[in-house]
Design a protein around this ligand. Structure first.
Ligand code: ZN
Length: 675
């Protein structure tokens, strides 16, 4: 529940300090549909020791080996569609300049971006702009050996199978359906359940839970739930189980990484993760999480496996993801100040005392440099991560929180001077603040969100951590964002030297409100409501404080020249309102009040004003910007001596977007087309 895109939406609207780029690094690569492809740099890689570089190389290989798993998790036809389209893309002998071919190319690029046929953010199935006739003709024109045919399957049968999946808007319409009142499993295209109703799955996992178990495993985390002969059966992701061919490769590289670990604790972490991958035993997963969260001495760190549960409508089953990284030693000083004051923040939080943690344990925070992104963190990636997710492990052992600064830097640098601030910000005052402090406050908000927000507060005894069900993620992200917003405006930020100026926090407040009330709507198609939990959380906060502060005109919409702007009249009152909402949200979370969570989400987080939405889209369209961004990974190449020992690893940034995905699809083709 804690991998956060929290500030990613804001960075697009942050005009940053007008520094001349140090060198000609080309952050922006290409733009199609609603997506922009960027590169990120890996500063500091050259300064690592040869052994550290070797370890990053092995972990990076593991990171990409899991790629096919995520495609299959997102929808069972994804691998088949990707492989079929890649075959057309590479081998089609017809006119590659035709509109149909070009539109198929864009569709394939979107499939790569989303690890499947559904939009990575909204979860809606893309609308293809190439024709069914072209698709059928192109498939039939290929040598059948190039197609991902099942045993005995003809190209005609493949076409018949895939055509409705690609072209019929009502087939597999949503990857993860969260619409209240429907069977969330039967109406979702994701592949975590098959032939199982929501009621059956809830009963199945409900029966596993022992209310007296204070250290429960993460039930259902690493399996697909299916019905066999009328019985519900979990198919576990493990070596020898579901996704075995991919997980065997992951284990192979993890074993190599363990052999060059930086210290014995880190070696133990990797070995436990290997054991979990081999056994699928969720007790081993918890043991791994405890070891992982306790290891702080190594510079290299990683997430490589089944982690976040956003993709499952019931929030139980984890998608495969990877972020291989190393600590940015200089920037980490900032987060160390925050985490070393964690207890002060907890004690002074505006929530009810009964929900505060008496002792905040093990909040560790660091700034990291991403070296490789994989699975659900690629190409679209979080800018902060806070793990592990298990509530009791967080309570007893703490959590690790990171801000991924080379990613935020790539966002910031690529957004320089793109016209967004000029179009949507009210005046030069807001623009000036954003220019001077926007980047810093953005990073700081992420730090606070990740290393304090998610770790703060506690549930009342006996409250089920999953009590808020489909609203759990939204409420949790709301809580973490509010914690960051509330403290951003606290004088403590100046006292600790985290902000240079008493006005600086206003940069974040303005950007947050503008984004939550207006500009994040650029990511929503006309006529749609807000689905994604981070977007819901931002609108929830912004519209709640606007409503509660309406009598005092704390925040308002103002029209100028036929355009709508967000104007903040009273920043101090706004901060009080953030505090008041944090208190309310913590109460809902701590008591597990599902009805209150539902009310809060349905009243503030979901619905879009169609008139404002239309205006925002029209203004945004004129800027010709992509609302979503994702990344190309660098390419690491090992250097060996004459005895075959790895002596160095070089990094290059020249691989193109299609080139990278086609290479991954060949070199890391780990799974059968259907699993
Ligand atoms: Zn978060």
């Amino acid at each position: 529940m804690y991998s956060c895109l929290a500030a990613a939406a804001l960075t697009a609207c942050a005009p940053q300090k007008q520094e001349a780029p140090a060198e000609e690094f080309n952050y922006s690569v290409e733009h199609f549909a609603d997506l922009q492809i960027l590169r990120y740099q890996v500063p500091g890689f050259e300064d690592l020791t040869p052994q550290q570089k070797e370890m990053i190389y092995y972990l990076s290989q593991a990171a990409i080996e899991g790629r096919d798993i995520l495609y299959d998790q997102n929808c069972k036809h994804n691998l088949c569609i990707r492989r079929t389209l890649e075959a057309i893309y590479e081998n089609y002998q017809g006119d590659k300049n035709s509109a149909d071919f070009k539109n198929m190319e864009t569709y394939l690029k979107r499939v790569w971006f989303s690890n499947g046929i559904h939009h990575h953010y909204s979860g809606d199935k893309f609308v293809p702009e190439f024709s069914q006739e072209f698709f059928a003709e192109a498939v039939k024109s290929l040598n059948p050996e190039l197609l991902p045919l099942m045993e005995g399957e003809t190209p005609e049968a493949l076409i018949e199978k895939l055509t409705p999946v690609i072209f019929d808007p009502s087939t597999y319409a949503k990857r993860t359906n969260l619409a209240a009142g429907q069977d969330l499993l039967l109406t979702s295209a994701c592949n975590y359940y098959e032939g199982v109703s929501q009621a059956e799955a809830e009963a199945f996992y409900g029966a596993m839970k022992d209310p007296n178990d204070t250290t429960p495993i993460s039930y259902g985390l690493n399996s697909k739930l299916v019905k066999e002969n009328g019985q519900l059966v979990e198919k576990t992701y493990k070596v020898g189980g579901l996704y075995s061919p991919a997980l065997e490769k992951v284990v192979y590289w993890l074993e190599k990484a363990a052999a060059v670990a930086e210290n014995p604790q880190q070696k133990a972490v990797i070995e436990k993760l290997i054991e979990f991958n081999k056994t699928g035993d969720l007790k081993h997963f918890d043991e791994y999480c405890i070891l992982w969260v306790g290891e702080h001495n190594a510079q290299i760190d990683f997430v490589t496996g089944f982690t976040e549960t956003y993709g499952d409508p019931l929030g139980l089953k984890a998608s495969w993801e990877a972020v291989i990284n190393f600590k940015n030693l200089e920037a980490t000083k900032r987060t160390e100040i925050i985490s070393s004051n964690a207890q002060w923040f907890e004690d002074h939080s505006p929530i009810d005392d009964q929900y505060k943690k008496e002792e905040v344990k093990g909040v560790s925070a660091k700034v990291i440099t991403a070296a490789m992104l994989g699975g659900d963190c690629y190409p679209a990636t979080p800018i902060g991560i806070n793990l592990p997710n298990s509530n009791w492990i967080r309570h007893d052992y703490g959590s690790k929180s990171v801000t991924i600064e080379n990613i935020t830097e790539a966002y910031d640098k690529s957004a320089l001077g793109n016209g967004f601030a000029e179009e949507f910000m009210w005046s030069d005052i807001e623009r000036e603040r954003a220019k001077n402090f926007g980047s810093l406050t953005n990073n700081l908000h992420t730090d606070l969100h990740e290393c304090l927000g998610h770790g703060s507060g506690k549930l009342l005894p006996g409250v089920d951590p999953d009590a808020l069900k489909e609203h759990g993620s939204t409420i949790e992200e709301t809580r973490a964002d509010l914690f960051g917003l509330y403290y951003m405006g606290d004088p403590i930020m100046l006292e600790l030297g985290l902000l240079p100026d008493a006005e600086a926090y206003k940069a974040e407040y303005y950007q947050f409100m503008m984004n939550g009330l207006m500009t994040q709507l650029t990511r929503i198609e006309p006529g749609k409501n807000i689905e994604e939990s981070h977007m819901r959380n931002r609108q929830l906060i912004a519209s709640w404080v606007m409503e509660k502060g309406a009598a005092d005109k704390v925040v308002e919409f103002v029209q100028r020249d036929g355009k709508t702007y967000v104007v903040i009249n009273d920043y101090e009152k706004l901060r009080e309102l953030f505090g008041a909402l944090l208190k309310e949200i913590q109460h809902i979370k701590s008591t597990g009040n599902y009805e209150a969570a539902k009310q809060m989400v349905e009243n503030y987080a979901v619905n879009v004003d169609p008139v404002l939405h239309k205006e925002v889209l029209a203004r945004y369209e004129k800027l010709n910007l992509a609302p979503y961004k994702g990344f190309i990974n660098p390419v690491y190449t090992p250097v060996y001596d004459k005895d075959g020992k790895m002596t160095d690893v070089t990094v290059s940034y020249t691989e193109g977007y299609a080139e990278q995905h086609l290479r991954y699809s060949k070199e890391f083709a780990t799974l059968p087309t259907y699993n």
